[in-house]
Design a protein around this ligand. Structure first.
Ligand code: C2E
Ligand code: CA
Ligand code: CA
Ligand code: CA
Length: 275
């Protein structure tokens, strides 16, 4: 066993060193990015299935690296989680999202803005106070902010998790479960949590063409829980037709539009004139 261990360590060492090095590099550059304003937030419309109207927007973080160009969040969120920068990054995104919600409301556009919370950020002791401070600073109505957490947050940490979710709920914030169906959710525990929205993972929308039964089961579960259902990753008109036929409330996806900066959002989807 020892020999095999050494053998595999030798085999994997160069690769591991490279990735550890690049993660360290990323960490250094991320600290600079936060300090130098290279982080921005794009917004993807969330659309009412029945009316086709934009009812919300998801805040998605973007890193404009001076040499690397646009670094996708899938690459740097996990680095932020590991090195503890996630709370700072998360607070920055939340503050921008709240300020944007207020700006839209002032322009006559009442959107619910959703913001992703990583598990480490969720379990950070200062989270509630930080959110409270951001809401006060921006003057944002908490009922117009939805926090997206993943199913992994709901596992294992029962009492603390329920207490934190209830505290956020008392503040007026909405709670969504992101990527729903990819974790270990079941009805037995889900109803214990104060959840407003379930976001059905993109994989179930993609599966509609060959395995619709599974998606149907997820939708039935959501309906039993009486929560708002949002479909993620809707790319095709026939997927939207299916959602309409099955009573799914809202959707996001490239069929309607991708995440864009706020000025592009207003240009592409002008605020409907008041009548
Ligand atoms: P997510 O929260 O599940 O966000 C949805 C992702 O799907 C986004 O990728 C979005 O651009 C992409 N998407 C939207 N419509 C479609 C579609 O029709 N087809 C396909 N194939 N993709 C679509 P993005 O912006 O690259 O973000 C990736 C992930 O990074 C997010 O997944 C989320 O987990 C994480 N993330 C993004 N911003 C933040 C943030 O501010 N904080 C935290 N903690 N995580 C974030
Ligand atoms: Ca999300
Ligand atoms: Ca998602
Ligand atoms: Ca995700």
């Amino acid at each position: 066993a020892k020999a095999a261990g050494r053998g595999s360590a030798m085999r994997f060492r160069p690769e591991m060193t490279a990735s550890a090095q690049s993660r360290l590099e990323l960490e250094v550059e991320l600290r600079r990015a936060l300090a130098q304003g290279q982080i921005s937030v794009h917004y993807q419309p969330r659309v009412d299935v029945a009316s086709g109207r934009i009812v919300g927007a998801e805040a998605l973080v973007r890193w404009h690296h001076p040499e690397r160009g646009m670094v996708p969040p899938d690459v740097f969120i996990s680095v932020c989680e590991d090195c503890g920068l996630i709370c700072e990054l998360g607070a920055l995104v939340l503050e921008k999202a709240c300020a944007q919600q207020v700006a839209w409301a002032a322009a006559g556009r009442e959107l619910t803005v959703s913001v992703n919370l990583s598990p480490r950020q969720f379990f950070h002791a200062g989270l509630i106070d930080e959110i409270d401070a951001i809401l006060k600073r921006t003057g944002c109505d908490p009922r117009r902010i939805e926090l997206e957490i993943t199913e992994s947050v709901l596992l294992g940490h029962d009492d603390r998790t329920v207490a934190a979710l209830e505290a956020l709920g008392r503040m007026g914030l909405r709670i969504a479960i992101d990527d729903f169906g990819t974790g270990y959710s079941n009805l037995a525990y889900l109803h214990r949590y104060p959840v407003d929205t379930l976001k059905i993972d993109r994989s179930f929308i993609r599966a509609l063409s060959d395995r619709p039964a599974i998606t149907e089961m997820i939708v039935t579960m959501c309906r039993m829980l009486g929560v708002t259902m949002v479909a993620e990753g809707v790319e095709l008109a026939r997927q939207l037709d299916w959602l309409r036929d099955h009573g799914v409330h809202e959707y996001q996806g490239w069929l309607f539009g991708p995440a864009v900066p706020p000025d592009a959002f207003d240009k592409r989807w002008p605020i409907p004139a008041l009548t």
